[in-house]
Write a protein that binds this ligand. Structure first.
Ligand code: PRX
Length: 659
């Protein structure tokens, strides 16, 4: 019911917001012609966009497409760190703020482009000194501090692909990612600040490193100053290495297809996928979209609130803004620390002009109330953005009025870890906005909505969102697993070489896209993709659990929340019966277990212990019915169930517990 309800609301959404005249006048893109130009010759268009960058050697060919493997800007040579730093040094931007940093405790730092050059080249020399060579993988597990940007740029400088693991992930998640990438060095910190408390990163890293044979050295940034263990011969302090490191390190002339980074994301199986992004196409894609979608000017203070550990942070906190010579803001902590107006205080403090955040955050701001933003001066803002999940029209309008003062266009940007860059989004100077719609594909992007056979569906109907042509920042493969790359993204519509994104979408009669959420077993919790399979395998790993089924259930703030249905092994069940343990205790244990295995973001809101799970005759768990139960709907089709009594019983017990 809830899902249909969302579609209905969207259908009723007819408000249109036109860009204000003064915004149009100054916009980076102010003509619709770009769409037609790009459509007429996408390769020529991307070749023109590539001129934004500095190349050591120009490419011979824009694209070589051996589906589903792409090479962009073939034989071009460039360096991402050079494009993000060095090329600005010979301009007035040398002394411009590259990074403005605000720590959660209130400390702040500004790094100019020159400062960034110094730190990055010194750290590149540190890495080299530890034996890191072009092609070696470096794992990074840091809080949102400038060293995160510095270390990733240093890796890019010497051509060592980085694998950044979000600081909220657990030791085990970190271990698995290090091992999959075969990383040689880990960069971490003693801790990071979150709601006034220390996140014990080094402690987690120590636990991970007991089982990571490839790690030779761990470099530790001092941030929170608590006591930590430093293992002799393995662990070294960042500041000690930096104190001895020389300034200046040549930027390697790397092939356009050189691997820039691996970033792990959830898929429909238990094992995270190492999404591989390369150098030239990625940087062309993100610098182009950053300039066009965010309309960035030299006078802007641009703030994307995403953690650098996610793709949004890679593309639109660090690489996109710096390639464009912009000023990018990094904030370490929580939006409600010490008070729920921290974001608005930061906007006021630094005069932020462009603000990009997630719908889940906007819904939290709404809940906290308009008094928080209204107490701060937000008049410097001129453009707002959202990403991560569909934004409901109510939240859109609240954001528009209360944060944007009804004068700032909102860019609702649809994209993925795999796409690397924004794919469907308004261009703020020319696209009329409809609250809740990501509007239309960007110039040079060929998207469609198709049915199960891969044929386009008529306007007004829902279907699968697909991408029909390669794009420069597309993932190149899954690290070490070309087969999985092909199977996951390219085989849904045989014979077509169409990329299937995993999302449902609908186009309205103006050809605007409305995202309808995931159609696979991936759920979206507060804008973060989690695999139901991965959570299920972490539950089954607990000694008491026999079987589990995880679903996403609608949640007011987070979009979706994790709900787990679990059957227990006989011994655990008898402990329950003999009252050695209560239901509550076991539920609590299981929630904590998932948080330990994956990270707090995956902790189920709801764990429901049941004697049996509903299955088809062939033994497949019917998650669809579990979703109906969790969201209080009338049960859908139950005819394929092996034993209909199971579901009736489950529904009754679940509802009596809820009440
Ligand atoms: O379901 C879509 C949703 O987030 C998924 C991608 O997640 P991830 O790879 O973690 O990257 C998130 C940030 C780019 C998509 O498959 N999603 C992302 N942006 C939107 C969205 N859904 C609706 N509207 C969006 N603007």
């Amino acid at each position: 019911m809830a899902r249909e309800a969302t579609i209905n609301t969207l259908l009723e959404e007819e408000r249109i917001f036109h860009p204000p005249e003064d915004f149009v006048k100054q916009a980076n893109v102010n003509s619709q012609e770009l769409y037609a130009e790009a459509k007429a010759n996408p390769r020529l268009y991307w070749g023109m966009q590539a001129e934004r960058l500095d190349w050591f050697q120009k490419w011979d060919k824009v694209l070589e497409w051996n589906p589903p493997f792409a090479k962009w800007f073939v034989n071009g040579k460039l360096n991402v760190s050079y494009n993000c730093i060095d090329r600005h040094l010979c301009t007035w931007r040398r002394n411009k703020a590259a990074i403005i940093f605000e720590g959660e405790p209130g400390d702040s730092r500004v790094l100019t482009y020159w400062d960034l050059y110094r730190e990055v080249t010194q750290f590149a020399n540190v890495l080299k000194g530890l034996g890191v060579r072009t092609g070696d993988r470096v794992a990074i597990y840091l809080p949102m501090i400038p060293e995160l940007a510095i270390t990733m740029l240093a890796c890019a400088r010497i051509g060592a692909p980085h694998s950044i693991v979000f600081g909220g992930f657990s030791a085990e998640a970190l271990r698995d990612r290090i091992n999959d990438a075969g990383a040689k060095v880990l960069i971490t910190a003693d801790g990071g600040w979150r709601r006034g408390k220390v996140v014990p990163l080094k402690k987690n890293a120590d636990a991970a490193m007991t089982q990571t044979p490839t790690i030779e050295k761990a470099i530790v940034v001092r941030r929170t100053n608590q006591e930590i263990d430093m293992k002799q011969d393995r662990d070294v302090w960042y500041h000690e290495l930096m104190a001895k490191a020389p300034l200046g390190c040549p930027a390697e002339e790397l092939d356009s297809e050189h691997m820039l980074f691996i970033l792990y994301t959830s898929g429909t199986t238990g094992k995270p996928k190492g999404v591989v992004h390369t150098t030239g196409g990625y940087l062309v894609g993100i610098s182009t979209t950053h300039a066009m979608v965010f309309d960035v000017k030299d006078s802007d203070v641009y703030w994307c609130t995403a953690d650098i550990g996610w793709i949004t942070g890679h593309s639109y906190v660090v690489y996109g803004p710096l390639a464009n010579g912009a000023t990018t803001l990094i904030y370490e902590g929580a939006p409600d620390w010490p008070e729920p107006d921290r974001f608005w205080e930061i906007i006021e403090k630094f005069g932020v002009t462009i603000f990009y955040t997630a719908p889940t955050a906007i819904r939290a701001f709404m809940k906290w109330g308009r008094k928080w933003p209204s107490g701060r001066n937000l008049s410097t803002l001129r453009l707002l953005g959202t990403v991560g999940e569909p934004i409901n029209p109510e939240a859109w309008v609240w954001y528009y009025q209360n944060i944007g003062g009804s004068r700032c266009p909102i860019v609702d940007t649809w994209w993925q870890t795999e796409t690397g860059m924004i794919m469907i989004s308004p261009l703020p100077g020319i696209t009329p906005l409809k609250p809740g719609s990501a509007t239309v594909p960007l110039p040079g992007i060929d998207a469609d909505v198709v049915d199960a056979a891969g044929n386009p569906v008529p306007l007004g109907q829902g279907g699968f969102l697909v991408l029909k042509e390669p794009w420069p920042a597309m993932l190149r493969t899954i690290y070490g697993d070309d087969r999985r790359y092909i199977d996951t993204y390219w085989t849904r519509f045989p014979g077509k070489w169409t990329y299937f994104a995993g999302d449902g979408a609908k186009r309205d009669y103006h050809n605007y896209y409305w995202m309808l959420g995931r159609v696979d077993d991936v759920i979206n919790v507060a804008g973060h993709r989690l695999s139901t399979m991965e959570i299920e395998s972490s539950l089954v790993d607990h000694p008491s659990v026999a079987e589990s089924a995880v679903i996403g259930k609608n949640h007011e703030l987070k979009g979706q929340a994790v709900a787990a249905f679990v059957t227990l092994k006989a011994r655990a069940f008898s402990e329950l019966k003999s009252a050695k343990k209560s239901f509550k205790e076991i539920e609590g244990e299981l929630k904590a277990h998932v948080a330990k295995k994956i990270g707090a973001i995956a902790r189920p809101d709801d764990v429901f212990l049941t004697a049996e799970l509903p299955k088809t005759r062939s033994g497949k768990i019917m998650r669809r019915l579990l979703r109906d139960i969790a969201e209080g709907r009338i049960l859908g089709d139950t005819t394929t169930l092996a034993d209909p009594a199971v579901i009736a019983d489950l529904k009754q017990k679940y509802e009596s517990r809820e009440s």
